[in-house]
Design a protein around this ligand. Structure first.
Ligand code: NAP
Length: 255
């Protein structure tokens, strides 16, 4: 996959924020929030048409990115002269099946995207984040990084691993000017369930039936707050759920 455009207009006085998975949902909302807060936002994802529309709206830069592809990550990261904030948001779930019936392709997709994708992006951009003198890495894990639920092990194992990767950096980067924040959302109504159920709109809608789920902007606002704290303040872990959701898969649903 090639980068679009090849020479991004990243020469700017504004601090630069990179948001992965910005073609939809939490990523797109986060790009809007950070741009409104004064960042030059570089948005990455595979659906470049959506990215370009967003970049135009927020005066940012759209670059094709597939976090599961080493060459794509290299092309994306190598053209950025400066990075102050990295939001590791690209990710998601595929399928909902007991381990006995696990689909290996779905598991591989989830691990490659959520875990190895976060590793690729973070590893590539850490030198620039350190060089910025006040770097911030925000990783969007999930309550699935702390809990398990039946039929969800492909996703919960991947999110646990992604969370452990992120939390390990907190020690490894101690003494460097980089802050690390993990944000673990509960149910947010985005394209997440549509992707999980392979485009089945009826199944996806059922997930949010009878509850008031979070919306992408709720998480984006939290990221804006995190990024705007003074540089000595590190918000380590933030769990955000809808009021209608308790731990361990319990929902209050209106009938
Ligand atoms: P979404 O609307 O489906 O957005 C997912 C984003 O990830 C899309 O922009 C997608 O873009 C991108 N993406 C997927 N694979 C990618 C790849 N290989 N390379 C680059 N980008 C890729 O879902 P969302 O709810 O906003 O999800 C964002 C993050 O929040 C995910 O990490 C998800 O696990 C997490 N999360 C979501 C919820 C929830 O209930 N929605 C709860 C907790 C955590 P392209 O398809 O264009 O590449």
């Amino acid at each position: 996959m090639t980068s679009v455009p090849t020479t991004p207009s990243t020469q700017t006085d504004r601090p630069t924020a990179v948001v992965t998975g910005a073609s939809s949902g939490i990523g797109a909302a986060t790009a809007r929030t950070l741009a409104a807060d004064g960042y030059h936002v570089v948005v990455g994802a595979r659906r470049v048409d959506r990215l370009e529309a967003l970049a135009e709206e927020i005066d940012g830069t759209a670059l094709a990115l597939d976090v599961t592809d080493e060459d794509s990550v290299a092309a994306f990261t190598s053209v950025l002269p400066r990075v102050d904030v990295l939001v590791n948001n690209a990710g998601g779930a595929k399928g909902l099946a007991p381990i006995l019936d696990a689909d290996l392709d779905d598991w591989q997709w989830m691990w490659e995207t959520n875990v190895v994708g976060t590793l690729r992006m973070t590893k590539a951009l850490l030198p620039k984040l350190i060089e910025s003198g006040n770097g911030l890495v925000v990783t969007i894990t999930s309550i699935a990084a702390f809990e398990t639920y039946d039929n969800g092990a492909g996703y919960t194992t991947a999110k646990h691993a992604q969370g452990v990767l992120h939390r390990t950096l907190r020690g490894e980067l101690l003494g460097t000017p980089v802050r690390l924040t993990e944000i673990a959302p509960g149910a947010v109504e985005t394209e997440f369930s549509l992707v999980r159920f392979d485009g089945d709109e009826e199944k996806a809608a059922k997930v949010y039936e009878g509850i008031d789920p979070l919306v992408a902007a709720d998480i984006a606002e939290v990221i804006g707050f995190v990024a705007s704290r003074p540089s000595h303040v590190n918000l380590d872990t933030i769990v955000v759920r809808p009021r209608d959701q308790a731990p361990n898969g319990r929902f209050s649903r209106r009938s």
